[in-house]
Design a protein around this ligand. Sequence first.
Ligand code: SF4
Length: 604
Amino acid sequence: MQCDICAIGCEVFEGGQGICGKYTLQAGHMVEIYPDRYLMICPISIETMPMLHFYPGGRFLQISTTGCNLDCPGCVSTVLVKEMSHNSAAMQHMSPEQIVAEAVANNCLGIAFLMNDPLASFHTFLRVAKCAREHHLLVGCSSNGYFSEASLEQIVPYLDFINIGLKGFDDASYRRCGAPLIQPVLENLRKLHERGVHIEVSCMSDKNNKQALLNLAHYLADISGDLPLLIMRYIPLEQASPDLEISIRESEEVQKEIQGILKYVYLFNSPGCDGLNSLCPSCKTMLYQRDFYGPMGAKLRTRPDELLESNVCPVCSCSINFRGTSRREAYQEKAFQGGYPFTRALEMLEAMLLAMGMHDRRQVSVVWEDILVNQRLEELHHDIQRLPSYLDTLLHCGEIAGCQEQARELANYIRSRMEIVKEVKNESGFGSRPRVYYAMGKPLFCIKGERMENQLVEAAGGHSVNRELEIDGRPGARISAEQLMALNPEVIFISAFISSSVDNFITACREDDIDVEALRTGRIYCHPAAGWDFGSPRWILGLMHISNMLFPNSNRFDIMAEAKEFYHRFYDLEFDPVSINRSFGKPHIQWQWQQSADLITGNK
Ligand code: SF4
């Protein structure tokens, strides 16, 4: 029988499964194998979904399961769509009524299915949507939009909002993800619009797909020039090639060009830029100001009070395409909650285990389950930001995974290098603590003081000026040029996760009229490879690099030799910076799990 849940239409035999591994044929009916099981249930602000034009700042209950109907290279949700077992002990069993009760208890406006595709848990989502509608809650999701005609017809009456993530604008882009054609998504977009569902469209931007984005923008404009387009600057993860990574600067140019086609165009994954803000399409008054809030996420910062009452520009009275008015206060998520930071948390644990030589997904899952079942995400968030507690967490993970010896070897290596860094710091004398600023992306995105990057600066003997500011964002917030100039750093580091070249960084400083000592003396640095300052035990390489840059007279470490040794000892790989992307976990684009038939329980 042909499965009619998504437009791939797998042929499924009695007792068999389709390619997503989430449904089976039983007595002539497609049934969900793992219904009513969730990996994540938590309140979020809707911009983390992301969704920018729907009840701005509104609180919704996020629900996420596991699995996906597509298989896209470099997926940001890989840990939960491909690696977490569908019947993991970490899954929470909740009936639709319990989910709705949870949303009501948390004062949520509605329920949003995100992080993995609702098509992977369609019957569960449909039941939740029906129950939510009975209780007057709003319902939405992030989806690849690959609904079959039948499933779209079933869900549309209960759907208020949807973020459709396009994989490109041609069949080849869909074939790379395991689907034959783009057409079902394009047809569904039109149908959803005609049926009055609030739609926002996401599409990734890389070095090669500008024309595809322009074509998409024209297609959307033909449906409605009011449709918001969310451009996701490509972050190369998993096996995705780092060669396609487009700079923030280039992405801003693409955004500008598309703004000539559509009224509302946004740029994500580009901290410090203006690309997430909403201007009035008519008089260009600033309406909503937003910050980068982790991968694929945004956070509402400010908006005029008039937008609490109506969706009309307070200056020119032009009507703006927002559904529902803004909330007074945006909800503040707890640690690792609200969209993709949860996947980053799982990846950071994976990163520790991979550096212990793990190649078995089951051992990684055991650690994930320990953290999730024991509700230790808050504690993890605290512990991974501080060097001593990072090592304790690493040893704890090694113990749970049954690789204590490898964990000890890694911890001992890190401690030995930290000792040398401390020696350099002590030799430099207390009077010579350079003032160091840590930026992410563009110069004005200040990484929050308590974060790991600033701890590395202090461990190396610098004075972190980021700590002088009260920053409440995640992983920081945009500051003003005046604030940065008042800090007047002598040295600047650019994050190794969301980065910029030093040249682009300097150009951006000049455009913002920033004049600080680090700029005058040329002491602005990127790390030699991604993953060297957060998210992976490779931060020890970043710490040594920071030490060298802060105290060039000492220049104690041969950084490339250290990186080679680290890769040999802990990954059994050659260190090759061009094959390293921005994954926390996977140290190299060719890195692979051990293949074994019994490895995967229930996953494809
Ligand atoms: S929902 Fe799963 S089984 Fe059904 S057609 Fe899509 S991929 Fe195949």
